[in-house]
Design a protein around this ligand. Sequence first.
Ligand code: GDP
Ligand code: MG
Length: 460
Amino acid sequence: MADASKPKKQDASSEDAAKDDSDSSMVDVPRGAPVQVIDNDGMLVEDKLQDILMAPDVQDKKVVLISVAGAFRKGKSFFLDFMLRYLHKTADGGAGADKWLGPGEEALTGFSWRGGKERETTGIWMWSRPFIRALPSGEEVAVLLMDTQGTFDNETSMKGNCTVFALSTLLSSVQVYNVMTAVQEDDLQHLHLFTEYSLQVYEGGHQKGVPPFQNLTFLVRDWSHVDSHPWGNEGGAAYLNGVLAQKPDQHPELKQVREHVHSCFEKLDCHLMPHPGFEATEDPAFDGRTSMLRPAFLPVLKAAVESILSPDKLVVKKVNEEELTATALLCYFKAYTALYAAGDLPQPKTVVNATAEANNAAAKANAFKTYTRAMERQCSSKRMLSDEQFQVAHKAAVEAALSAFDSTKKMGGKDLMSKFKESLSAEITDSHKFFLNNNRLKNMLGAFKTPIVLVIAMLA
Ligand code: GDP
Ligand code: MG
C-alpha cells in the first residue's frame, strides 16, 4: 500500500496537469497546464498559442511575459513553479498574500521538473491560463509564464539553442537567465551570441539608442561566496556590477560583451541563491515540499519571486516603445517563429524585417477588431438598420479603425505600412458584406416571419 506520509515525486506531464485543471475546485493547485507553444524545431504550435492568447478575457489586455532560460537540469522549472504558486495563491491580493509559500508539506506542481539525466522540457512551454493582475495604476494585464528548453546541454544542437534562447529574448519582457554557481565568462558569451541580432533590430526602427529588450535577471543558483557577496538581490546587484564592469586592461572581446549586454537591456538584475539543501536535491522522492528545503533558501526564493511578480514590479512587454496586447504578441510569435523555422539562423536584417512586419500586422489586427466591434455594437439590436443608418455606422467604424491603425507607431517604412493598410481595407470590405447581409436578414425575418431555413435557402 502506498505510504501517504512519504513525499511522492511529481511528474506533471501536460496531461496530468490538465487533469489537475479539471479537478481544480477540489485541489489547491494552479489552474491550467503547461502547453508546448514552440516545438523542439522552433515551429509554432499555433492553435495552442491562440487558445491561450485569444481567450476572451485575455486578447485585449497588455501582456507581461516572463521567460526562464539557461542550461538544463539547473532548477529552472522548479523556480517557475514557485512563480506559479505565487500567482495562484495571491490571486485575490487579500490578507495572507504574504504566506504564499504555503504549508511546508505541499508538493510543488506546475511545469514539469525533476532530477535524473534526461531533459524534461523541450522547445518552449507556456502556462495555459494567463494570470490577470492589476498594475498599481489599476490597469489589468495578463501575466504569462514561459519555460524553455535547456541551452547548451549535451544533446541539443547549436541552432536549437540559439533559436530557443533568441525567441525567449525577443518575446519576453523579463528574461530570467538561470546560471549555476556564478556568472561565468561562458554565460556572457552565450548571451552575446543569443542577443547578437537585437541591436540591429532597432537600427531599422526610429528608436536609436533605446535598448531593444527590457529586463534581464540573472538567477545564480548555489551561490557559495557569501563572504564576498551575501545571498539575495542586493548582494546580486553588487556582484553583477563587478562582473559587468569594464576595465582598462580587459581583452577587447570581454569589453565588447559587457557593452553589448548593457546596450541590449533596459534593466539588469541579479539574485544570488543559496543551495536548496542536499536533503532535497539528493532524495529521489523529493516532491518539492518546502519543509525539505534548507531554511536559508526560502526567504531568498520568496524575495526573488516577489521582485519579478509583485504588482509594482510587473513589466509590460514593449516593442519599439509600444506596449503589446495579447493579440499583438501573437503576431510577434508568428513572425519570429517563421524566421527561425526557415532553416539557417536568420540574418540580423531578416529579424529587423520580421519585427517590422509583426508591428504592422499587430496594428492591422487591432484596427480590424476596432471595426468589427463597432459594427457589432451598432448592429446588436434585433431591428434592422435602414440602409442610410447602416452606411453611417459603417463609415464611423472605418474611421475608428483607420485612426487606430494610424495611431500605432510603425516600423519598416511607408511601403510596408501601405501594404498592411490596403490589406486592412480589403478585410473591412469583406466584413462589411457580412454585416450588411446580416442586417438584411433581420428585415426578412421581421417582415415575413419566414422560417430561418427558408431565409437561408433564399439567400443562398
Ligand atoms: P531544469 O531542467 O533547469 O528545468 O531543472 P528542474 O527544475 O527540472 O530541476 C532539476 C533538479 O534540480 C531537480 O531535481 C531539483 O530538485 C533540483 N534543483 C532545483 N533547484 C535547485 C538549485 O537551486 N540548486 C540545485 N543544486 N539543484 C536544484
Ligand atoms: Mg525544465
